[in-house]
Design a protein around this ligand. Structure first.
Ligand SMILES: Cc1ncc(C[n+]2csc(CCOP(=O)(O)OP(=O)(O)O)c2C)c(N)n1
Ligand SMILES: [Mg+2]
Length: 583
């Protein structure tokens, strides 16, 4: 039996705010000024409004993975929320790798995806990814802090506030909202909430733990700090330096934390972990250090040389992290400092000053010791005059012309290991690496978002030829929007890390198929994409090319043709793959 009802009255959308207007208002309140993405029918209302808005720039990328990478780069520099969007189905799934990178490294990002109209669910509409079908919300769930479909216009703002709260409190991370296309333009009358009212400030700390830690540091003869990327996320570089100089303490960073403490500082030990430096390894795994404070590192495989047990042996071991789940996960701790790195460091320095005012004096003896000289593996390659140039030599040349404010992104491969080991990051410079997820392409594309965010600073990307071919089409985006990244592509015409690494693991036979069958003309491809480009193959040449690229002020690329037979410093990585753990 059917019942005949009169048609419902249509709400007047004229003059009444729509759901999309409310949505946009929240984004602006969070300081969002750029949205990265690729428009498509099922997310059209969102992109239409973004394009029309004078306060928000829409950057249309070449691939949705690029949109997620750019958003990620934007957040890593601003430490603010970034936004990327893709239409339903493939537009959404294309973003998954980029979002996973952001999740692994704690980057705050809002991912918006389209969905078929709510009345069509389950009927097999084109690109349907609702729960009745492929379930895009479920696909994003393990790689976000919150993933949900907005099921009614009335609940849109509630979902958005929850997503923003999750993205921006505690350990930051990406969040995902999937929105049926029919919800955006419906009227939505809503009381407005200011960000302060729906997401708490989590700069909290444990006072008793800080006091204990300060006392241990005050009495330490050989204190050391082990610094992870969390210090960068918290913007605590200066506070770290205050603590290190006050004691003084020796400072090592994880590979991802590289440069958060200037590597040319007398107390820098360089990088501890994969492709790291002997001074850091000797100090942190040796017997000298009596108190070790780790800050903003989860002490994972790459940072600890496969969880070396000697890292916490015969010493007081203290760990500071915003995420209690990361404290004591890999090493038992003597003092657990739950809290934001900046807050914990400020409080530690405060308590040390208090103890000093009361007549105390730091017991550190490092002040009288000679700071360690940076020793590189295969040091002779750094001064080699051979042609084609060695990976070590051109990096040494680059150090001399790299601007004081440079933000240097690395991609994933042998070039990353060389960047970690051979390129010194000095005061004022910044190094960015997605080692949590370790996706090729991030270091190629994220710098575009970073350069948009950090207008006025010089952004470099040091990448490999295979990373360039994987995601290099986004260089067209940089050319279109005139975003001045300088890419330095180390061209060895192969997946160098795999070819060299294959000779250290398994049957030790080189995996020859990763060497290219025809040489890659990287600079020519870049020119075709609208970039200024240079080719370098001899010692000293890169300096002129960098100067010219800086002068050009636009997106540029320098192809460095290197001696590909020189292996990157990958011994530690090979040992980990082979399951070999040092005692
Ligand atoms: C998306 C993705 N696919 C595959 C890998 C595994 N992988 C790591 S590095 C690499 C090759 C990198 O080659 P290239 O960019 O030329 O750098 P090189 O090692 O030669 O310096 C591969 C395939 C990865 N990390 N990410
Ligand atoms: Mg290569």
């Amino acid at each position: 039996m059917t019942i005949s009802l009169p048609p419902p009255k249509l709400a007047s959308v004229r003059n009444a705010p729509r759901a999309i207007d409310v949505f946009l208002h929240y984004l602006k309140a969070e300081g969002v000024s750029v949205v990265f993405g690729i428009p498509g029918g099922l997310l059209h209302p969102f992109f239409e409004v973004i394009e029309a808005d004078p306060d928000i720039e829409l950057v249309v990328t070449k691939h949705e993975e690029g949109a997620a990478f750019m958003a990620d780069g934007y957040s890593r520099v601003t430490r603010r929320l970034s936004v990327c969007g893709g239409t339903s189905g493939p537009g959404a799934t294309n973003m998954i790798t980029g979002v996973a990178c952001a999740f692994a490294d704690g980057v705050p990002m809002l991912v918006v995806t389209g969905q078929v109209a709510s009345h069509m669910f389950g009927k097999g509409a084109a690109q349907e990814t609702s729960r009745e079908d492929m379930d895009i919300v479920a696909m994003f769930r393990p790689i976000t802090k919150y993933s949900a479909m907005v099921t009614s216009t009335e609940s849109m703002a509630q979902h958005l506030r929850r997503a923003l709260r999750a993205a921006l409190t505690g350990r930051p991370g990406p969040v995902h909202l999937n929105i049926p296309v029919d919800l955006w333009e419906r009227p939505l009358e809503e009381a407005w909430f200011d960000p302060k009212t729906y997401r708490p400030d989590t700069r909290t700390f444990d006072r008793t733990a800080v006091q204990r830690a300060a006392t241990y540091l005050m009495n330490a003869k050989r204190p050391a700090l082990f610094v992870g990327a969390g210090v960068g996320i918290a913007g605590a570089e200066e506070h770290l330096r205050s603590l290190a100089e006050l004691l003084p303490a020796r400072v090592a960073t994880t590979p991802r934390g590289k440069g958060l403490f200037p590597e040319n500082h007398p107390h820098s030990l360089g990088v501890m972990g994969f492709a790291g430096h002997a001074a850091a390894r000797d100090a942190l795994l040796g017997t000298d250090v009596d108190v070790l404070l780790t800050i903003g590192t989860s002490l994972n495989e790459t940072a600890t040389l496969n969880w070396a047990p000697t890292l916490r042996k015969n010493r007081i071991f203290m760990q500071a992290d915003i995420d209690p789940d990361r404290i004591g996960r890999n090493y038992p701790v003597d003092v657990a400092l739950v809290g934001d790195a900046q807050t914990v460091l400020v409080e530690l320095v405060y308590h040390l000053h208090r103890l000093m005012r009361e007549g105390g004096h730091p017991a550190s003896t490092w002040g009288e010791a000679v700071p360690p000289r940076r020793v590189y593996s295969e040091e002779h390659h750094r001064t080699s005059n051979q042609v084609p140039v060695t990976p070590q030599r051109w990096r040494r040349d680059l150090e001399e012309v790299l601007p004081d404010d440079a933000i240097v992104f690395s991609d994933i491969g042998g070039h990353m290991l060389s960047n970690i080991h051979y390129l010194s990051i000095k005061e004022g410079q910044k190094f960015v690496l997605n080692l949590g997820f370790g996706s090729m392409g991030h270091g190629t594309v994220a710098p575009i978002g970073a350069a948009l965010a950090a207008k006025g600073r010089h952004v470099f990307a040091i990448i490999g030829d295979a990373c360039f071919t994987m995601n290099g089409m986004e260089l067209v985006t940089a050319a279109e929007y005139e975003i001045p990244v300088i890419w330095i592509v180390e061209n060895n015409n192969m997946h160098g890390i795999t070819w060299h690494g294959s000779q250290l693991v398994g049957s030790r036979k080189p995996l020859t198929s990763v060497r290219y069958k025809r040489p890659l003309e990287v600079a020519s491809m870049a020119r075709a994409m609208g970039l200024a480009a240079w080719v370098v193959d001899s010692p000293g040449q890169i300096q002129q090319a960098v100067r010219e690229a800086l002068r050009s002020g636009g997106p540029s690329l320098i192809e460095v043709r290197v001696d590909g037979m020189i292996a990157p410093p990958l011994g530690d990585r090979a040992k980990s793959i082979a399951g070999f753990v040092e005692p």
